[in-house]
Design a binder for this molecule. Structure first.
Ligand SMILES: Cc1ncc(C[n+]2csc(CCOP(=O)(O)OP(=O)(O)O)c2C)c(N)n1
Ligand SMILES: [Mg+2]
Length: 327
């Protein structure tokens, strides 16, 4: 499969961890213990394929809310994720001020994004411009849903990156839906990759349920960016196996048969089967990875439940620059 076996297993391990944390978040929501969750279930292969194509910790990442697996691959710990879910002191994204999944992780070069979708795209382009002006070798990855590529900010950010030949990869996680709105109701082309040609940069569309297909497409785009040849759009065709968020009931707009058919092509199950068949992963190691993920989830939830909320005296931290020094 091209990559070293240990790398393939690490990809799988991170996908399993993401899935188990994500499932637990839904349970916590239904138990009334958290206010909100937005899920990566069905998107994990695309996110892991993308993360592993980067120099993690060196390259810059401007993600979007559905990127739990991506963040875990970049080093977010399960405890940090759980603190974020519960709005507890010490969560790294915003010091418990933002909604969960509005990621930020300074040590991993993950830059905070806002709730208005697509505003991260010009930010990523700006960071890439800074990298080019400094002559650094880093690249930028920014991700987005296909629905949000209909926003003006997406075109503005992608256009400017193409004009300036900036080192940035625009990853589109195309799950066909923008909450309840299907793709064909908001774009006249077959997918987001098709928008790239009109803006003057390469666009590829890959099977986002296949972690290695995404890795290959991303690795090519990253290398191109690092060589100074400019940006790319990489569209990963994924499946959202859950409602949009814990505030959504997708039974009102999509038939159960559609969701069941999607579940039959679960990217996690597919990767596991491929690793077992290829004798990269033995059943014993698979079970061990599973047990470790479950234990990590338990540890994270127990830790976060016992953690304090931020003290009111810290309300202005780290909102103002003078306070950032404290972090
Ligand atoms: C500018 C703006 N409009 C509307 C919303 C509400 N909203 C949040 S997520 C979302 C759907 C985004 O769909 P897509 O880009 O396909 O990403 P997905 O959630 O499917 O991964 C919408 C409409 C928002 N956050 N920002
Ligand atoms: Mg979508």
């Amino acid at each position: 499969m091209g990559l070293p076996n240990e790398t393939l297993i690490e990809m799988y391990r991170t996908m399993v961890l993401s899935r188990r944390l994500d499932e637990r978040a839904w349970v916590l929501h239904r138990q009334g213990k958290i206010a909100f969750h937005i899920s990566a279930i069905g998107h994990e292969a695309a996110q892991i394929g993308a993360a592993f194509a980067l120099r993690r910790g060196e390259d810059w990442v401007v993600p979007y809310y559905r990127d739990l697996a991506l963040l875990l691959a970049l080093g977010l710990t399960p405890r940090e994720f759980a603190l974020g879910l519960m709005g507890k002191k010490g969560e790294p994204s915003s010091g418990a001020r933002q909604m969960p999944s509005h990621w930020s992780l300074r040590r991993a070069h993950v830059v905070s994004h806002s709730s208005p979708v697509a505003t991260q795209t010009p930010h990523a382009t700006g960071i890439a411009l800074g990298i080019k002006m400094r002559g650094d070798s880093a690249v930028v990855l920014t991700s987005i849903g296909e629905g949000s590529t209909s926003q003006g900010e997406w075109y503005e950010g992608v256009n400017w990156a193409a004009v300036q030949r900036l080192p940035v990869i625009f990853l589109v996680e195309n799950n066909i839906y923008a909450i309840s709105v299907r793709q064909e109701k908001q774009m006249a082309v077959a997918g987001a990759a098709g928008k790239a040609a009109g803006l003057g940069l390469p666009g590829v569309s890959v099977d986002g349920l296949d972690v290695l297909a995404v890795y290959e497409a991303m690795a090519a785009a990253v290398e191109r960016a690092r060589r100074g040849e400019g940006p790319s759009v990489v569209e990963a065709r994924v499946q959202r196996l859950t409602p949009h968020s814990s505030d959504d009931d997708d039974r009102t707009y999509r038939p159960r048969e559609e969701v069941e058919a999607m579940k039959a092509a679960d990217p996690l199950a597919a990767f596991q089967a491929r690793l077992l068949e290829g004798k990269v992963l033995a059943a014993k190691r698979r079970d061990q990875i599973e047990a470790e993920a479950v234990a990590a989830v338990e540890d994270a939830i127990t830790f976060a439940e016992a953690a304090p909320y931020p003290d009111v005296s810290e309300a202005a931290y780290p909102v103002y620059a003078e306070d950032i020094r404290r972090g």
